[in-house]
Design a protein around this ligand. Sequence first.
Ligand code: NAD
Length: 346
Amino acid sequence: MKILVTGGAGFIGSAVVRLAVARGHEVVNLDALTYAACLDNVAPVADSPLYAFEKADIRDGAALARIFAQHRPDKVMHLAAESHVDRSIDGPGAFIETNVNGTYEMLNAARAYWVEAGRPDTFRFHHISTDEVYGTLGATGQFTEDTPYAPNSPYSASKAASDHLVRAWGETYGLPFVLTNCSNNYGPYHFPEKLIPVVILKALAGEPIPVYGKGENVRDWLYVEDHADALLCVLENGRTGRTYNIGGENEAKNIDIVGKICTILDAKRPKNTAYCEQISFVTDRPGHDLRYAIDPTRIRTELGWRPSVTLDEGLEKTVQWYLDNEDWWRALQGRAGVGERLGAKA
Ligand SMILES: NC(=O)c1ccc[n+]([C@@H]2O[C@H](COP(=O)([O-])OP(=O)(O)OC[C@H]3O[C@@H](n4cnc5c(N)ncnc54)[C@H](O)[C@@H]3O)[C@@H](O)[C@H]2O)c1
């Protein structure tokens, strides 16, 4: 199977690329190499005869047409996006451009290619989205695939818009698609502006560890390699035109995540004081969703998929990875905005 993966130089896309190649699939990685990308993320497969790279922007319809015609993929996994909520507060335009207009261009190019190929039933446009499209939960309840969309940030609104476009291309033009909405990911190669790497790197630097508000926000954490496994499972076995929620079955408050990371570091890289003494509560994010939680019934019962990594195991592996890969994260810390407080004011 030949898969065109967009955003394959990013955090989750690179995990998909590495896993797909390891499973013997051909992969074309299409990525514009924005600030969030790092080709080192795919270094383990870069020399494989199964792997090809195309530097291209998903907003560039002509480039997409050329890449579809040249590589003739069997399936598409569309992950390329602007992904950082805090950046979407300061500069929403880039999120509309890439996540909405870029997805429109991807759908147009995929549809033209699929029609020209004789509309094969086996073609798949797999759109990778987020549980943030559903908005926020209170103390109880879980998101199902039927939960109405109620996005609260420019990021989640742009992803919601892209989900609607994908669904419409299926209903109107018959383009075979699957859609997945996933909870927060963490793990190796996570760009150093997201919560878990920020906590690890601020702790190691001896700097204040910023926690938004009171740290009461709850997320359902999924280890990134489990997410890549779930995505390939849906790509191959999911029902056309269907949405699958993907969760980690690992709900935790941000403050508890920070505490766990501090405890792991106390053991792995001991110093005179406990890392948790560096915790510093800072102004909350505007419109910060309180709680996300995934009801995983559909993917579990229809496809037999469950996450394999517990939160404690995943955090342990992640902290160890950052300790072992200092060259990787040091190189990214110089990029614009990294290490700064973004999105603090609406
Ligand atoms: N990170 C999460 O916890 C999470 C959870 C659920 C869903 N998602 C979704 O998964 C996908 C990947 O997320 P991530 O965290 O790996 O993101 P990321 O920011 O780490 O990577 C995004 C990649 O897309 C590329 N890209 C951005 N704009 C592009 C453009 N215009 N043309 C081509 N390439 C472009 C970047 O260069 C980068 O390599 C996104 O669609 C995101 O919405 C993420």
